[in-house]
Design a binder for this molecule. Sequence first.
Ligand SMILES: C[S@@+](CC[C@H](N)C(=O)[O-])C[C@H]1O[C@@H](n2cnc3c(N)ncnc32)[C@H](O)[C@@H]1O
Length: 207
Amino acid sequence: MGLIKNLRSQFKKPEGLLGSIAGMLMTIFGKEKNKWTLSLLNLKQNDHVLEIGFGPGIGIEIASKIIQNGKIIGIDFSEKMLKKAYQRNKKAIQKGKVELIHADVENLPSFQLHFDKVYSINSIIFWNNPVQTLMNIRKLMKDNGVIAITVQPFTKDATVDTAKQFGIEIVKQLVEAGFIHVKTELKQMKPVPIVCVLGVNKEFQSA
Ligand SMILES: C[S@@+](CC[C@H](N)C(=O)[O-])C[C@H]1O[C@@H](n2cnc3c(N)ncnc32)[C@H](O)[C@@H]1O
C-alpha cells in the first residue's frame, strides 16, 4: 500500500506514527467543520452532549466553552485519538465537564444520562451498520433530542454534488433509524463542500 493510501486509512482508526499525522491534519482542518456543526445544533449551557468519533477533540473543546452546567461525553475507538483529545481537553475533564471514553460506537457503553444533542463528524462513513447504530444512539437520547451527522468528502475533486450524495444517504439512514424532522444543510468549505444532516428523536421509550 502506498504512503498516501496508508495515511488515508488512518482516518478510520488512527494508530502509530501515521495516525499521529492523520490526527495533526484533523486538528489543522477540523476547526471550521466542528464549529459549523455545533452552530447548527444550537447548544444550550445545560445540554448533555455526546460526540461520536471525536478524533483529536476539537469539537469537544469548542462545545466545552459553550456548555457551562451540562456535560459533554465523547467516544472514539482509537487509543491514539483518546490520548490527543485528553491532552487538549485536560482542564475540562478534570472539572468533570468532559468525559472521554474509549469505545466502539457499534458496541455502545451504557450512560447514566440521556443526551439533548448528539453529533458526529466524518465518522459515520466508517461504521459497518450505520442504521442499526443510529437506532442504538437514538435510545440514548432525550425525547426531542437533536442529532447532527456531518461529512466532508475526503476526495480533493469532490464537488457540492458529492456532498449532496452523502447527504441523501445520511437522510435515508436517519429516517430508517426513526429520526423525524430530518433536514440537510450544505456549506461551501475549503477544500471541498460539506454536508450536515440533522434529525430529531421521537420518544425514546417507543424505540
Ligand atoms: C476522520 S476522523 C474525524 C475526527 C473528528 N470528528 C474531526 O472531524 O476532527 C474519524 C474518527 O472517528 C473514529 N471512529 C471511526 N469509527 C469508529 C467507531 N466504530 N467507533 C468509535 N469511533 C470511531 C476514528 O477513530 C476517528 O477518530
